[in-house]
Ligand binder design. Structure first.
Ligand code: NDP
Length: 453
């Protein structure tokens, strides 16, 4: 780390105390940017880095709601509007008890570079609440969403800020949020993405993040003249991203052998076939149950509960070729990275945001495996949100094949941008540098053009 980077990082830490995830995301990007800032001192003069680590706007608000027994609860709502240099703020909403300002700032910061990589005109934002939808009735979730939107609606709009889903925010929540926005504004517009198919949603949006992460892995494999067919894959999570990652792995002839949730993971050596995947989808999207039920239903599958004392996640300690972390941040630490490498994994494509710690990333890079950071590998979700915005503006719905073709094309172009940029800056094969620098350049140049704002 050079002097400029360490000074900037120290400033970020001093100004944003108790936000370790935000510090981590900034550190990873700043390290890559050393290569650019040496060649382009004009970015330093214009204080581009200092501006990029400061959100354009942070909105924090009270969300009171009443449960089915008439008890009143108060949660905290947030929206981080990080950068609008290349388009309206765009990024998901997360409802999870762990949500706080630092987590959402890391996600919004990552989103800026990711959205830039998609080739579409989208700025970066993120939001959410510490509300836990788990165990709540549909009516409780609806009342919470309506209260949340009763404040958020005044800050967003189809040309200002367009939220989407993330952890804990799926089709059900987007429906309730959209309904309340429409009622308050008396307007039917594309203010949210991930909408239902009959009211402005896009085909392939639910599938896009998972499909995109697998397309990206397949692209990385082609650089070694290999394909996904016949590869054994470890997948974490069992939500939106994990489900469609497994579906695409199956379609491309690979074998997924794990799924997980916050209670533990299942290892199924035979592989998760289409029937078993359907069971997972029903379990998680309809019955909202726990992943251990998979092992009760299918013989040969083994459930292992989470053991925080271990210091590593045994899910990452099985023989495999590829890993698709698709649950949450920092789910692969240094020990997990060692275990993956030891077990023969040489492709890691991140469906989740920042699932690997800095220590883990260093191990992947030192071992020169095919490692794709989330901001490149999972950009298919927001890219398809961008396609949903385009369809809403046109008042049209594109067919499934057209959206999927666009998605595939975008993932290929992100891959190409990462490969070419990492070569141009002297670190061939380093997708972290490729993604960070390619994402940065477009936003930085837009900021230079637009003056000091
Ligand atoms: P879902 O809520 O659909 O699923 C999340 C999954 O991860 C669940 O299986 C959940 O388990 C598990 N999980 C969540 N938090 C934790 C935790 N703290 N510890 C262990 N397991 C956890 O979310 P998504 O699939 O949409 O999101 C997964 C990841 O992908 C996130 O990092 C998200 O930011 C990222 N992402 C999502 C995009 C999208 O389009 N949805 C786009 C780009 C990135 P449980 O059921 O027990 O909570």
């Amino acid at each position: 780390m050079n002097t400029f980077t360490s000074e900037k990082l120290a400033e970020v830490k001093a100004k944003n105390p108790n936000e370790p995830e935000f510090h981590q995301a900034v550190e990873e990007v700043l390290e890559s940017l050393e290569l650019v800032l040496e060649k382009h001192p004009e970015y330093r003069t214009a204080k581009i880095v200092e501006r990029m680590v400061e959100p354009e706007r942070v909105i924090m608000f009270r969300v009171p709601w009443t449960d089915d027994k008439g008890q009143i609860h108060v949660n905290r709502g947030f929206r981080i509007e990080m950068s609008s240099a290349i388009g309206p703020y765009k990024g998901g909403l997360r409802f999870h008890p762990s949500v706080n300002l630092g987590i959402l700032k890391f996600l919004a910061f990552e989103q800026v570079y990711k959205n830039s990589l998609t080739t579409l005109p989208m700025g970066g934002g993120k939001g959410g609440s510490d509300f836990d939808p788990k165990g709540k009735s549909d009516a409780e979730v609806m009342r919470f969403c309506q209260s949340f939107m009763s404040e958020l609606f005044r800050h967003i709009g189809p040309d200002t800020d367009v939220p989407a889903g993330d952890i804990g925010v799926g089709g059900r929540e987007i429906g309730y949020l959209f309904g309340q926005y429409k009622r308050l504004r008396n307007e039917f517009t594309g203010v949210l993405t991930g909408k239902g198919l009959h009211w402005g949603g896009s085909l392939i949006r639910p599938e896009a993040t998972g499909y995109g992460a697998v397309y990206f892995a397949a692209e990385m494999l082609t650089t070694r003249k290999e394909e996904l067919k016949g590869k054994t894959c470890l997948v974490s999570g069992s939500g939106n991203v994990a489900q469609y990652t497994i579906e695409k792995i199956l379609q491309l002839g690979g074998k997924a052998v794990t799924v997980s949730d916050s209670s533990g993971y299942v290892y199924d050596e035979e592989g998760i076939d289409a029937k078993k995947l359907q069971f997972v989808m029903d379990l998680k999207n309809v019955r909202r149950g726990r992943v251990s039920e998979y092992a009760e239903k299918f013989k040969g599958a083994k459930f292992t509960p989470v053991d925080h004392k271990l210091g590593y996640n045994p899910l990452w300690n099985h023989k495999a070729h590829c890993a698709f972390p698709s649950a949450t941040q920092n789910e692969i630490n240094g020990t997990d990275a060692d275990n993956l490498l030891k077990n023969g994994v040489y492709v890691v494509s991140e469906g989740a945001n920042m699932p690997t710690t800095i220590d883990g990333i260093r191990k992947f890079l030192d071992n020169k495996i095919l490692y794709a950071p989330g901001k490149a590998a999972n950009a298919g979700g927001v890219a398809t949100s961008g396609l949903e915005m385009a369809q809403n503006s046109q008042r049209l719905s594109w067919p499934r094949e057209k959206v999927d073709q666009h998605l595939h094309g975008i993932m290929k172009s992100i891959h190409r941008a990462c490969v070419e940029t990492s070569e141009r800056f002297g670190t061939p094969g380093n997708y972290v540098n490729g993604a960070n620098i390619a994402g940065f350049l477009k936003v930085a140049d837009a900021m230079m053009d637009q003056g000091v704002v």
